[in-house]
Design a protein around this ligand. Structure first.
Ligand SMILES: [Ca+2]
Ligand SMILES: [Ca+2]
Ligand SMILES: [Ca+2]
Ligand SMILES: [Ca+2]
Length: 406
């Protein structure tokens, strides 16, 4: 949304979802079993843009030479015979193993370790790479295999011996390093390390979608109350300040003012496509005797030329996948009332189901009556949802109004 949000956190998209299209009643409130086909557009793993040959191979060693591209100068190191020519060491075996004795060796250290929470900035150290024959290392190249949809890049670039990388998505990352010595001989094989990104909060929502569009995750306190724009006859939770956590209320104070564990924290507001947009809550309010229901929504704030986009939302609870919706089609200014998260629930010591999904049997506003909160039906999506007080508050940001909106 508004330009002052943090667009430099450009990021990615994640996991492979299983639940399906927008109208398919998903298996809500289930445990992590649902994970199969990925219906979202795959961006594929990418390394730094300026490195056209950096598409990562799953089969590291043998085809190093096939990478081609700008690194063709390194081919000398990849052909077995050249290694024999260069081999200054006496103990070299027959080809191609002899190359191993002269190739430089890439050494990878990930300062944060092999398991982190989302939004961890990883520090990747390759500066201990070495040449067995005592040459200096003159060139480094990092590549990454990241969760589908993720397009994060190395900072300051993939050519630095020490680079950082924002691991924003839940899922598995694999980082590989290749090095060249001052004879332009390349490491025989890349050295790779995997990092697993897993949230550890009681509540972690991850919202991802397609390119360019700006979707916003909303997570509202049970007491949130705002204008009834979805025409169900009750106040909407969205854009209530401070009881709706979204890009304008990234980390509001809820519950006990003396602790932050019951405060939500929207750790990423993605404005330029793909997401993820993440929200964490360490310790929701609510007891078995008096459970609470938090409202969860997704708003399509700004089109930016993207048109309709497919949104996927996942809930992780205490490290496990508890809920997924995927491939939900949203158009500009749509407000998707996903449903209500109960706390405590069946997977957190309570008796309530994890999530009450909102279904509707038509559009309430045009119908002039409440059609939301049915037992089944379509996703609860309200068209042309625009909170005018908010638009005014943020300085008159005006989204191009879709043709179908009044
Ligand atoms: Ca982005
Ligand atoms: Ca956003
Ligand atoms: Ca309402
Ligand atoms: Ca609090």
């Amino acid at each position: 949304m508004a330009p002052r949000r943090c667009p430099w956190f450009a990021t990615l998209a994640v996991c492979a979802w299983s639940c399906t299209g927008s109208n398919a009643p998903a298996a809500d409130a289930v445990s992590a079993e649902a994970t199969t086909a990925d219906t979202s557009p795959e961006i594929g793993q990418t390394a730094d843009a300026p490195q056209p040959d950096s598409g990562l191979t799953d089969a590291p060693p043998a085809d190093a030479a096939s990478a081609g591209g700008p690194d063709s100068d390194s081919e000398v190191a990849d052909s077995g015979d050249s290694a024999a020519l260069d081999s200054p060491t006496g103990d070299a075996d027959a080809n191609p193993d002899s190359a191993a004795s002269v190739c430089p060796v890439a050494v990878v250290k990930i300062v944060e370790g092999n398991q982190v929470v989302p939004q961890t900035v990883l520090h990747l150290k390759g500066d201990n790479s070495f040449s067995p024959i005592g040459l200096a290392i003159q060139k480094y190249k990092w590549t990454v295999k990241q969760p589908a949809g993720s397009n994060q890049t190395f900072q300051p670039s993939a050519a630095f011996p020490i680079a950082s990388f924002a691991a924003n998505f839940v899922g598995e990352y694999e980082f590989c390093l290749e090095v060249w010595d001052t004879n332009a001989v390349k490491s025989c094989v890349p050295t790779c390390e995997k990092v697993l990104v897993i949230p550890n909060n009681a509540v972690h929502f991850e919202l991802i979608w397609g390119p360019d569009a700006d979707l916003d995750l909303h997570f509202a306190h049970p007491k949130a109350s705002s204008a009834d724009l979805d025409c169900d006859g009750k106040p909407d939770p969205w854009f209530a300040d401070p009881l709706d956590a979204f890009w304008l209320n990234l980390a509001p104070s809820w519950g006990d003012p003396l602790t932050k564990v019951d405060d939500p924290n929207l750790t990423l507001d993605d404005t330029d496509g793909f997401g993820p947009e993440d929200l964490n809550l360490g310790q929701p309010e609510g007891t078995v005797a008096d459970p609470m229901a938090y409202a969860v929504g997704v708003h399509y704030w700004a089109d930016q030329g993207a048109g309709a986009t497919l949104a996927s939302l996942s809930l992780y609870s205490q490290g496990g996948l508890a809920l997924q919706f995927s491939g939900v089609k949203l158009e500009p200014l749509d407000m998707w009332y996903v449903g209500r998260l109960n706390w405590p629930n069946l997977i957190s010591g309570g008796t309530k189901k994890v999530f009450d999904t909102c279904y509707q049997s038509g559009a309430s506003c045009p119908a002039g009556k409440n059609l939301m909160w049915q037992a089944n039906g379509d996703r609860c999506i309200t068209k042309c949802y625009e909170n005018k007080a908010l638009v005014k508050k943020v300085g008159g940001v005006k989204n191009p109004k879709p043709a179908w909106c009044p």
